[in-house]
Design a protein around this ligand. Structure first.
Ligand code: FAD
Length: 377
């Protein structure tokens, strides 16, 4: 299905200088885009008009990127605080936000479903790239009758300006947790994940209780705009990196002019499971010297031993380069399912030993230098 739409008015900053540093503003009256042939979970046309425009503008921005323009963001006061925003809302007094859109972002052959969810916090729950929101799903906690459900954490997949570039929304990348009976192999809806299903089933206008923002481990260090950032993700672990990359390559942020190297390794089951692939492919085209993107498709590709291609196999393939970058101060990030870490650590250890280095010492040093960032769940 090819979608096309018209945006009423959007501000875009166009580079005027050779380095793109000096920019002028133009107003774009209309713009069209096409989407993948698979249908979104919610039909965009069924959404209230104001909400629809926000979602569509997000997708349009990958076209902006194709012409190396950067998007103007507001309010720039979001750059000001010296302290990271933390726990502005706690489980006892959560903030009630509104769902803007829910969109299935994987193709039909993907095992499972992942949704991109935009939440309107009206600027009241500011956050920085790499932080998480807590979500309290509606209903009663089965383990504590009368009490609300426990908070579930979700990495924020947008920059502090949100997908609408106005600082009023946050986006989440949520995989629907489904339970299959191990004996019959059949789905058992009574054991489906509470919060992920609430979020993936939500409709524009629905209310959602959020807490946070939380987390400091995955904050993007911005002191050196020429730094190297090696980002390793499985599945929805790509969420924080989408935020980093939009800040690096999509947004015109006056105090962060990224000119280093961002290298994304993304592991998913197959090509239909790739997340934000078009957005990332746009950066690759426009910033080939600043962005590298390697995918590991476990059910489609084979590693050099003939087994499934996992993200650690890609790391091994580029281990020499990765180790050199780490020796030169690169940051390395890991985000996604807990199960990803043992395989990755084993690979890194093996590579270190082949190079005649002690992995334990290297890891200690990386941690000490604050180069090592892990958030797995
Ligand atoms: P729950 O209701 O908590 O159930 C958990 C699991 O148990 C489900 O798989 C469910 O099917 C199964 N289950 C339920 N009942 C039974 C039963 N009786 N017997 C056996 N199994 C059962 N997730 C994302 O999708 N995206 C993110 O970006 C993300 N970021 C995170 C960041 C952090 C820092 C952390 C800690 C977690 C993150 N998560 C993320 C995971 C998320 O917080 C939730 O854990 C996840 O969505 C599942 O929550 P749920 O309420 O849907 O499932």
């Amino acid at each position: 299905m090819a979608l096309s739409t018209t945006l009423s008015q959007m501000s875009i900053a166009l580079p005027t200088g050779i380095d793109g540093s000096s920019r002028s503003m133009i107003k774009v009256q209309s713009m069209s885009f096409t989407e993948k042939s698979w249908s979104p979970l919610l039909k965009l046309d069924s959404k209230p008009r104001s909400l629809t425009v926000k979602t569509r503008s997000t997708i349009c921005m990958s076209l902006q990127q194709a012409s190396r323009t950067k998007v103007a963001v507001t309010p720039l006061e979001l750059e000001d605080p010296k302290e990271t925003p933390l726990n502005l809302y706690r489980p006892k007094e959560p903030y009630t936000a509104t769902i803007v859109s829910v969109e299935r972002i994987v193709g039909p052959q993907a095992p499972g479903e992942t949704c991109h969810i935009v939440i309107d916090h009206d600027g009241n729950v500011p956050y920085w790239e790499g932080q998480s929101y807590g979500v309290i799903p509606p209903g009663e906690n089965p383990k504590k009758p009368g009490a609300p459900h426990n908070v579930r954490l979700y990495s924020i997949a947008s920059t502090r300006y949100g997908d609408s570039f106005d600082g009023k929304t946050a986006s989440l990348c949520v995989r629907r947790a489904i339970y299959y009976d191990p004996e019959t192999g059949k789905e058992d809806p009574s054991k489906a994940g509470v919060c992920s299903n609430f979020l993936c089933n939500a409709k524009p206008g629905d209310k959602v209780k959020i807490t946070g923002p939380s987390g400091k481990v995955m904050l993007l260090p911005e002191d050196d705009p020429k730094a190297t950032h090696i980002m390793i993700a499985t599945g929805t672990g790509v969420a924080p990196y989408r935020g980093y990359l939009r800040r690096m390559f999509m947004e015109n942020v006056p105090n962060f002019k990224f000119d280093g190297l961002a290298w994304l390794f993304l592991g998913v089951a197959n090509s239909d499971s790739l997340l934000y692939d078009e957005e990332f492919a746009g950066y690759l085209k426009d910033y080939p010297e600043n962005f590298k993107y390697d995918k590991a498709l476990s059910r489609e590709e084979k590693n050099k031993k003939g087994g499934k291609m996992y993200v650690q196999d890609k790391i091994e393939e580029y281990s020499d380069e990765i180790f050199k970058l780490l020796d030169n101060g690169a940051h390395i990030y890991f985000c996604g399912l807990k199960g990803m870490m043992p395989g990755i650590q084993d690979t890194l250890k093996r590579v270190a030993e082949e190079r005649g280095e002690s992995w334990e010492q290297k890891l200690t040093q990386l941690r000490k230098n604050k180069q090592w960032h892990v958030e797995v769940y």
